[in-house]
Structure formats: C-alpha cells, structure tokens
Design a binder for this molecule. Structure first.
Ligand SMILES: [Zn+2]
Length: 344
C-alpha cells in the first residue's frame, strides 16, 4: 500500500511539474481524485483489508491525498500567475510605434461653390428651401406657367418616372411648393440637383446643379432684383465687377433677363482671357419678375404681392471659378483631380 501511494505521488509530481495550463491541471486532478482516479481506487480497495488494517491504511491514503492536493494548489497558483502575465503581455500597447495616418477628405468643388453662394444669400436674409428630386409634373411645370404642350417642355427634354412624375428639370418646383404652403414675405434660395436629357460633353451633363432664388412681398420691383443680383455678383466675384441685364424670356417670369458679370480676371482688357474668352463678360444667371399667373396659380394674390426670381447653374460657376475646361471632371470622382481642392 505504502509503495503504491509513493508511486502515485511520484507520478503526480512529475505530471504536475509538466502541466502548463489550467486544462492540463484539471486533467491531472481528474486522473487522481475523479471517480476512477488513483486515490478513489485505493480507498475502494480498503474493503479487502482486515478491519484492523483499515484505519491505518485509510490514514496514509488521506495523508497522501492531502499532499497531492497541496501540490495541485501550488502548481495552480504558478500557472494562474503565468497565464496572467501572458495575457498582460498580449495586451501591452507599444506607445513608441508610429501612428496610423488616416487621410482627411475635402469638399467637392461643387460643394465649395454651393456653400459660398448659400452664405452670400443667407447674409442677405434668405432661407434655404429644399424639395424632392422626383417631382410631380404639377409642381415642375404646371404651376410655373408651363402647361402640357408648351414648347419650354421640349427645351427641358426630361426623365419621366411615369405619367405624373419626373426627375425635376430645375429647382423651381421648390419655389412653387413654398408659395403654395407659405404666406409672403418669402425670401428663399433653393440649391439642388436637377436632371435633363442632355448628351454628355465638355459643357453638358444630364445631371447638374442649380441654385434658384425667390422673393415675394408687397411692393417688390425690378430695382430690388437688380440690387440683390449686384450684391451677389460683387461678393462672389469681387467688389470691382459690374453687372448688366439683357432682356430674355422665361415662362415663369415677366419681364425676364439674363445677367452678365464683367470678367473678374481681365476686366475686359485681355483679348485672349481664358475666363471670358476676350468678351469681357461672363453670363451668370437668368432672372425676372415672377409672372402674376404663377403667383395666382400658387394661391398668392398678384394685386397685393409681387416678386422676383433668379436661377443660376452651380456647375457653370464652378468651372469658370476654377477654370475647369471640362464639366465631366466634376462627376468622374478622379482623386487626382479632387485632391487639388484640398484645403480650399
Ligand atoms: Zn476675361
């Protein structure tokens, strides 16, 4: 019996010293103290001894078992502390490593120009209004004095979703929506994306951006329009520029005008100017007094109120501002092109 116990202890000691983790330790515990473990088997064999021998044998078995348990606890402590060290070393952060650089994006040139336009008008007391890009024919054409069969519809050859809805061809429907839901005084600009069935080339794109403006109040006249556009042009292109109005036609304004701004680069002095191509003027927007029919259709009494409206192409302003020769570069998302606007 004594010999057997010595063997068990010796084996257990050898095994324990080899154990490297909690799982191996548990296996050794099971092998010795489990249901079929070495100590359990020995205790079971006590029955075969004579009653006189049993107490003495039981005592040595228990002593040996306690010794084994102490060894187990000792080894368990060692392994636990080792495991903790390994875990800590894995979680260590090396503060001397160089950091990972995350690249910062930049605003798209169209966004830069749009922000600039918005800020100029906000400073003049305008609010920004937005509307859906899939628009009802009713708002996109009807309320703007362009009934079915009107030639202006052909000029804006459009993307129809179904009989009554289309991708908006201008941001003017936002004006119609505001006029039908708000009472004057109205002073808004509506920047946004618009769609027309245009072939793609250096100066045309089926998707482009407009910023329209609308003022409706008592006693609004052409002088207010002239003054507002002049302030806008001077803030956008520099205080030296002049503006000129040329008569034009739009179904939703009467009278209507196109506005040119004198060349901010050469002031009309350079015959080979890359911005104005030598003409001295750059066309920037269309505008006019809101047609009384439009006011009436939108539920505003034209005998009491009058208004002016204007619209400009953000893309055109962007290409002339940054002397971009091809409109397509604005939509190709080529990083080499876009990176040039970083920090502007
Ligand atoms: Zn010029």
């Amino acid at each position: 019996m004594k010999e057997k116990l010595d063997n068990i202890i010796k084996n257990a000691q050898a095994e324990l010293s080899k154990a490297e983790n909690t799982k191996e330790l548990n296996d050794i515990r099971q092998q010795n103290l489990g249901k079929k473990g070495a100590f359990t088997e020995l205790l079971k064999s006590l029955g075969s001894l004579s009653p006189d021998e049993r107490p003495q044998a039981g005592k040595i078995i228990n002593e040996a078992r306690m010794m084994f348990e102490n060894m187990l606890t000792e080894q368990e402590k060692k392994i636990k502390s080792l495991e903790k060290q390994i875990k800590l070393s894995l979680e260590t952060i090396d503060v001397t490593l160089p950091g990972e650089k995350s690249s910062i994006g930049s605003a798209h040139p169209l966004s830069l120009v749009r922000d600039e336009i918005e800020n100029i008008f906000i400073a003049m007391g305008f609010e920004i209004a937005e509307g859906p890009e899939i628009e009802l024919d009713h708002f996109n054409f009807e309320l703007l004095n362009v009934p079915k069969g009107h030639p202006a519809r052909d000029m804006q050859d459009s993307f129809y979703v179904d009989e009554t809805r289309l991708l908006r061809t201008h941001t003017s429907p936002v004006q119609a929506r505001v006029m039908t839901t708000q009472k004057p005084p109205i002073r808004i600009i509506c920047p946004g994306r618009v769609y027309r069935f245009d072939e793609v080339d250096a100066t045309h794109s089926p998707v482009f951006h407009q910023c329209e403006g609308l003022v409706v109040d008592r006693g609004i006249n052409m002088a207010h329009l002239r003054g507002t556009i002049d302030v806008f042009a001077k803030r956008m292109y520099g205080s030296k520029v002049k503006t000129r109005f040329r008569p034009s036609f739009f179904p939703f304004t009467e009278p209507s005008a196109e506005v040119d701004v004198s060349c901010y680069l050469c002031g009309g002095e350079d015959k080979n100017c890359r911005v104005c191509k030598g003409s001295g003027w750059i066309e920037i927007l269309g505008c006019g007094m809101v047609n009384p029919n439009v006011l009436k259709m939108c539920g505003i009494d034209p005998d009491i109120y009058s208004g002016f409206a204007f619209g400009m192409g953000i893309d055109r302003i962007t290409t002339s501002r940054y002397t971009i020769s091809d409109l397509r570069t604005l939509f190709e998302n080529d990083m080499r092109f876009l990176k040039q606007f970083q920090g502007l």
